[in-house]
Design a protein around this ligand. Structure first.
Ligand SMILES: [Zn+2]
Length: 115
């Protein structure tokens, strides 16, 4: 059972860190450069709250990615930086893939109208 969720913000962007504080308020602690959500166990809920906050603020050059190796970690990444660290996001729904072949295969469902 997870008791905390870590949120890694790339580039120590103050606007994003401020946004996370506004979204999660008192639940948030800072550990080094990492924001820690206490008493929060639902990664999907945390992810959608952050995505909603990004969209409310019309911040569309960042995406929220799950760490496939650590289910308790979310990373807020600048789109342009993702490919450098080996992540490829679908440009339609922002699902994240570990290589561009899988991403391109996935993107076909959008082209053909199944997504
Ligand atoms: Zn997609």
């Amino acid at each position: 059972m997870l008791s905390v969720i870590r949120v890694v913000v790339s580039h120590r962007c103050e606007e994003l860190r401020q946004m996370i504080f506004e979204v999660f308020g008192f639940k948030l602690a800072v550990d080094g450069g990492v924001l820690v959500l206490q008493n929060e166990t639902d990664v999907q809920k945390a992810k959608s709250m952050i995505e909603q906050a990004l969209s409310d603020r019309k911040i569309d050059d960042y995406v929220v990615a799950e760490n496939t190796e650590d289910p308790a970690e979310l990373a807020i990444l600048r789109r342009g930086d993702m490919e450098q660290i080996g992540l490829y996001a679908c440009s339609f729904c922002m699902m994240v893939f570990s290589n561009d072949v899988e991403r391109n295969l996935h993107q076909r469902v959008h082209y053909f109208g199944f997504g």
